[in-house]
Design a protein around this ligand. Structure first.
Ligand code: SF4
Ligand code: SF4
Length: 402
């Protein structure tokens, strides 16, 4: 049995669709009210028990806005008691000193807060609610005061790509442990028009690499850094300012890292179904939050069985099945391309990644892989995209807003 069939390193659970914001790019198409079909407290407890019975992943509670689910901290506490490493992805606007204290008491080891513009005007326009920027900054201030580690998540779109340097500076100023940069996958309210062109993606990834210690000539990579997750968190090098930078759902970052002779822990490519899984508010299991192909339903079958045996997940774990240029690419085991983007663009999740500018040589597929490009292998140091000590606690996935 391959490692990733034994268990994921990161699981994201969409605790609710309810949210107080109306973000332009919202994957969940969140609305103010919860979905009556959301998992009950008892069902969510069984999910946590099942996950803990076969692996010890970082368990991301996401939404919507998870803090709008009344039993969310009770469930977080239960997950922690089972040995899961529970983290939470929040928009930060509902945080108060009491909430931050309750989050810590529930055993949540870290939170992520999404910031998509470097100032109130741009962020609030993105988030759809005036005052969101100020409220999120206040939430992060409270987290910092309470010693609750947090990361800033930013989704790159054509609306904010020019503001990335200012966003990097903002993340550093607010005291984020990590700046986690997500590359948009058009799902939910996000559309292809929000995306930047492939060549710009490449520039952005190269810039991010340069901003990290790994990209800075002569600087040693930070030790003990966690792996990424394909919705994944990716490399988590320390930036020159001490804050870590990672890339999520930009799997070509792994290819760039190899091409440029990166040292230390290799960023991870796409982890959809292969180290990462997403569970919807109603218990449907997906390879990631941007991948609208269902692998199973935990109301019918345990998550553990779905994760191990789903034909969809088994296919995604086999880079030998990739088609097009990804199929002949020497970086395919490290990168894999975004399977959700391939699906959205071509209808085939094994097709080539449409946003990659790299052209692999036209030759017979080689068994040789790039150094350090072990498929599904734990990167040096192993682990999920987690571990607050020494890196970002959140995926992803994050990620995870996913
Ligand atoms: S399929 Fe795309 S969006 Fe999903 S985890 Fe992989 S890189 Fe991220
Ligand atoms: S061709 Fe595919 S596998 Fe190769 S670097 Fe591009 S996206 Fe990754």
């Amino acid at each position: 049995m391959r490692g990733n069939e034994m268990g994921p390193s990161v699981v994201a659970w969409e605790a609710t669709r309810a949210c107080n914001l109306v973000c332009r790019h919202c994957r969940a198409e969140a609305v103010p009210t919860c979905d009556p079909a959301e998992l009950t407290t008892a069902e969510a407890r069984r999910l946590l028990e099942d996950v803990a019975s076969f692996c010890r992943p970082t368990f991301i509670i996401t939404g919507g806005e998870p803090l709008l689910r009344p039993d969310v901290l009770e469930l977080a506490r239960y997950g922690t008691s089972l040995g899961l490493r529970v983290v939470m992805s929040t928009n930060g606007t509902t945080l108060t000193a009491d909430t931050v204290r309750a989050i810590r008491e529930a055993g949540i080891v870290a939170i992520s807060v999404s910031i998509d513009g470097p100032d109130a005007a741009s962020h609030d326009a993105f988030r759809g609610v005036p005052g969101a920027f100020a409220a999120s900054l206040e939430g992060m201030r409270l987290a910092r005061e309470a010693g609750l580690p947090f990361q800033v998540n930013t989704t790159v779109t054509r609306h904010n790509v020019d503001a990335l340097p200012r966003l990097l500076e903002l993340a550093r100023q607010v005291g984020a442990l990590t700046w986690d940069v997500f590359l948009l996958v058009p799902t939910g309210r996000a559309s292809a028009e929000d995306e930047i062109p492939p060549a710009r993606y490449e520039q952005v990834l190269a810039w991010l690499l340069e901003q990290s210690t790994m990209g800075a000539a002569g600087e040693a990579p930070a030790a003990g850094m966690p792996a990424g997750h394909g919705t994944a968190p990716a490399a988590v090098p320390a930036s020159r300012e001490g804050m870590r930078i990672k890339v999520t759902c930009g799997p070509m970052y792994a290819r760039l890292w190899i091409q440029r002779g990166g040292q230390g822990r290799r960023p991870q490519g796409c982890m959809a179904g292969d180290g990462f899984a997403f569970i919807s508010r109603t218990g449907k299991v997906y390879p990631c939050g941007y991948f609208p192909r269902e692998a199973g339903d935990i109301r019918e079958r345990p998550f553990s069985a779905i994760y191990r045996e789903s034909p969809l997940f088994l296919e995604l774990r086999d880079p030998g099945l990739l088609r097009g240029k990804c199929g002949r690419c020497e970086f395919r085991r490290a990168c894999r391309g975004c399977r959700a983007r391939a699906l959205g663009t071509t209808g085939d999740y094994l097709a080539e990644e449409p946003y990659c500018t790299y052209q692999p040589p036209l030759r017979e597929r080689s068994a040789r892989v790039a150094p350090g490009a072990g498929c599904g292998a734990a990167p040096p140091g192993g682990g999920a995209r987690a571990a607050v000590a020494g890196g970002s606690p959140l995926a992803a996935d994050g990620g995870l807003e996913r």
